[in-house]
Ligand binder design. Structure first.
Ligand code: ARG
Length: 260
């Protein structure tokens, strides 16, 4: 009888412990376990400076990465970053492979059907960029040209629509870094991308360009699987970071050179 009692008691204790261990409370574990924090899995497409890109050492750095680290810190999680193609990010959230996405992602209504977004943390707008001798000044001048966009972006969708009206070809690439190379080697005439990122190419490759007059795309937000309880927590953290001035500091550090 006593043995049976101890047996039942230990099963009870083991299952209690297991339940505690698997609970996703988001709080740092106490005592001796505090060094192995729970992991917050974030996915990004690290081809989009100043938001996310690889530095010389191969580490992923940028505004989104710093912001993600602050968010993870405040939640008591250890941040783990997975680099993937931009057009795979929404799927990674939907299948639950990652907990959040930060990738300069515009908070479009279309994406909202499949993911939840935090409040917006940056607004970029779109820009067409090209070499200075390209003889382009406005949308009408794009006729017969090849415009490069990144797959899965709002620019892909935008370019598909505009191409019919303005008579240009659209070349779609996986990786946004390639757009700069394609321009340099004349495999595309024009790149169409987020203005904040485009400004970097304008400077580093001595290009020029014009703002897209046709769209008013929504700002960038953090994306989560539908129904995630992180959305509200992260919204509160974003508000805290705005109120404390930390958000402005991050923007000064990463984005100031890329603004007008
Ligand atoms: N803002 C655009 C969008 O949401 C492009 C984002 C591309 N991001 C990246 N990391 N390559 O569609």
């Amino acid at each position: 009888m006593k043995k049976l009692y101890i047996g039942i008691l230990s099963i009870f204790i083991i299952s209690m412990l297991a339940a505690c261990g698997s609970q996703a409370s988001g709080e740092q574990k106490q005592g001796e376990e505090s060094s192995d924090k729970k992991v917050l899995k974030m996915a990004t497409s690290a081809d989009f400076p100043p938001f996310e890109s690889h530095n010389e050492k191969g580490d992923i750095v940028g505004f989104d990465v710093d912001l993600a680290n602050k968010i993870a810190d405040k939640l008591g999680y250890q941040l783990e970053i997975q680099d993937m193609k931009f057009d795979g990010l929404v799927g990674a959230l939907q299948s639950g492979r990652v907990d959040m996405v930060m990738s300069g992602m515009s908070t479009t209504e279309k994406r909202r059907k499949n993911v939840d977004f935090s409040k917006q943390y940056h607004r970029s707008g779109e820009m067409f960029i090209y070499k200075k001798d390209a003889d382009i000044k406005k949308l009408e001048d794009l006729k017969g040209k090849t415009v490069g966009v990144q797959l899965g972006t709002i620019q892909e969708e935008g370019a598909d629509k505009l191409s019919k009206k303005y008579g240009f070809k659209v070349k779609k690439v996986d990786n946004a870094n390639i757009l700069g190379q394609e321009l340099a080697s004349n495999r595309i005439d024009v790149g169409y991308l987020d203005k904040t990122v485009a400004k970097g190419y304008v400077k580093s490759q001595n290009l020029t360009g014009f703002d897209d007059p046709t769209t008013s795309s929504p700002g960038m937000g953090v994306a989560f699987p539908k129904g995630s309880d992180l959305t509200e927590k992260v919204n509160n953290i974003l508000k805290e970071l705005e109120a404390s001035g930390e958000m402005d500091k991050l923007k000064d550090k990463w984005l100031s050179e890329y603004q007008e």
